[in-house]
Design a protein around this ligand. Structure first.
Ligand code: UD1
Ligand code: CA
Length: 484
């Protein structure tokens, strides 16, 4: 349902000075997506035939994000002349020459503006055949925003920026959201008239409103029903506030869909995460990127999953995982670190203080305690004893370890890669496995144990060790208490 008479211009050329960041403001993410990504998603939902982004600051990095989130969008470059009016001019110039439909102008730093709100604004604009209809909001703290100045009859007159406003104007609680619908022809006519005669020396798009009003065109400001939706992000305080609001909406959506979120305030879920019914998310958990959680899984507390897939009824507790696959009914943690390329099979286990990387652990196989498993393939129903290490790196290159099915490694085994253990093999405790182990073999590398009797009494005479040893062996020299 593309609307051929509709274009959206996204203003995103500003420097974003108040963020104090190396990264362009509109690239700062909320819910795992850069702010401009959210805005472009909204533009797409609105069904506009043309979407133009106006860029300048950090141009190439922002253009890359535009290409990712809206490949169909055009990029218009703003020149060195500053101001939202100049930006709109650049955007308008990128539209097809004769375009005379409606132009929605939004800012790249207003990430929670939704297509429903924009659709209502567009409908009001078209119903009134207005030259411009702007979205306003009545707020408790209007500081920093442009104010909506109305005449004695309450009709929109113009917008005044905070820095240019009189004290009386600064007291106006109705602010300009920076979101507008313009009739393309009206906008095209007025933009060249903008002058930088203001406190910031910029060509303000907001001045088009007053110019159109003075020219006798129909202009209107429509207050938004949910003022928090139009809050712009100019600094990190506003960034966290809008991120929290979006997160609350995402958590709510999952709860409605049958997911138990024990503590919404400490649960952070990115926009594109999918979670099945009856999953339980415990406190202090972050589900990021393209993570998917199947039904019935239990995640957290204190868990971060980035781009992970978790199978049905799996349990992941106090874990940090990136690009890992966790099979159905598998168990991870507490205190596990799963690095990219970890694939844990159904009913498998990665237990306490275990780090894995590029490790395929088959169905029912377990690495329960204190281990590092990297560049490793493990078959089915194998048990890796406590304290196992795959020594995969020899200071030059990484090497693979291959372990078969139904293998049992003794505690504290070191697998010096490259090395292969056949199906059903075993290793003794403390073994250092440097050579391949055939199927069914027991590999031992620790020297046989030798006990030197009486060593302590001979070499550590007079110590507590010697005394209790003598007592235990019944060979005490002196009279032992209670045995007289
Ligand atoms: C702007 C409005 C203000 C409104 C507020 C709402 C103007 C003059 N003021 O102020 O009335 O209340 O938004 O959030 O429009 N940009 C460019 N090129 C530029 C300057 C800015 O593309 O030369 C872009 C920015 O990247 C940003 C948007 O325009 O996405 C708004 O710019 P910003 O500097 O944040 O304007 P505000 O001071 O917030
Ligand atoms: Ca802003």
């Amino acid at each position: 349902m593309t609307d051929s008479r509709l274009a959206v211009i996204v203003l995103a050329a500003g420097a974003g000075t108040r963020m104090r960041s190396r990264t362009a403001k509109v690239l700062h993410p909320i819910a795992g997506i850069p702010m401009i990504g959210h805005v472009l998603q909204t533009a797409r939902e609105l069904g506009a035939a043309h979407v133009v982004t106006v860029l300048r600051h950090e141009r190439d990095a922002v253009a890359a994000a535009v290409a990712e989130y809206a490949p169909e969008a055009l990029v218009a470059d703003q020149d060195e002349i500053p101001g939202t009016g100049r930006a709109a001019e650049a955007g308008l110039a990128a539209l097809p020459g004769g375009f005379d439909g409606d132009v929605v102008v939004v800012s790249g730093d207003v990430p929670l503006l939704d297509a429903g709100t924009l659709g209502d604004l567009l409908a009001a604009h078209r119903a009134a055949s207005a030259a411009v209809t702007l979205l306003s909001a009545i707020v408790d703290d209007p500081a920093g925003y442009g104010r909506v100045v109305r005449d004695g009859e309450g009709r929109l007159a113009r917008i005044v920026e905070q820095k240019d406003a009189t004290e009386a104007e600064r007291a106006i609680p109705e602010i300009n959201s920076g979101t507008y619908v313009f009739a393309a022809a009206a906008l095209r006519e007025q933009l060249p008239r903008l002058a930088p005669d203001n406190a910031q020396g910029e060509r303000y798009l907001t001045d088009v409103v007053g110019l159109l009003g003075a020219a006798g065109s129909a202009i209107a400001a429509v207050p938004v029903a949910e003022p928090w939706r139009i809050e712009g992000v100019n600094d990190r305080v506003q960034l966290s506030r809008q991120a929290a609001r979006l997160n609350a909406m995402i958590v709510h959506r999952h709860q409605v869909n049958g997911v138990t979120v024990v503590d919404p305030a400490t649960t952070w879920i990115d926009q594109n995460v999918a979670i099945g019914e009856d999953a339980v998310i415990w406190p202090n958990t972050r589900l990021a990127g393209a993570t998917t959680i199947d039904r019935g899984a239990s995640i957290g507390p204190d868990t971060t999953l980035v781009d992970c897939e978790v199978g049905e009824d799996a349990v992941v507790k106090r874990a940090d995982a990136t690009l890992a696959l966790i099979g159905p009914r598998a168990s991870v943690g507490p205190f596990a670190y799963l690095r990219p390329g970890t694939e844990l099979g159904a009913d498998g286990k990665i237990g306490t203080y275990v780090e894995t990387k590029n490790a395929k652990i088959g169905t029912g196989s377990k690495v329960p305690h204190l281990s590092y498993i990297g560049d490793t393939t493990i078959g089915e129903y194998t048990n890796i004893g406590a304290g196992a290490i795959t020594a995969n790196y020899d200071d030059v290159a990484k090497h693979p370890t291959t372990i078969g099915s139904h293998v049992h490694s003794g505690s504290h085994t070191v697998f010096v890669a490259p090395v292969t253990l056949g199906d059903g093999a075993k290793t003794g405790a403390g073994a250092v496995i440097r050579k391949d182990v055939p199927p069914g073999a027991l590999a031992m590398s620790v020297a046989p144990q030798r006990n030197i009797e009486g060593w302590v009494e001979r070499n550590r005479a007079g110590t507590e060790s010697a005394r209790v040893a003598a007592e235990a062996t019944g060979e005490g020299s002196g009279p032992a208490e209670g045995h007289a």
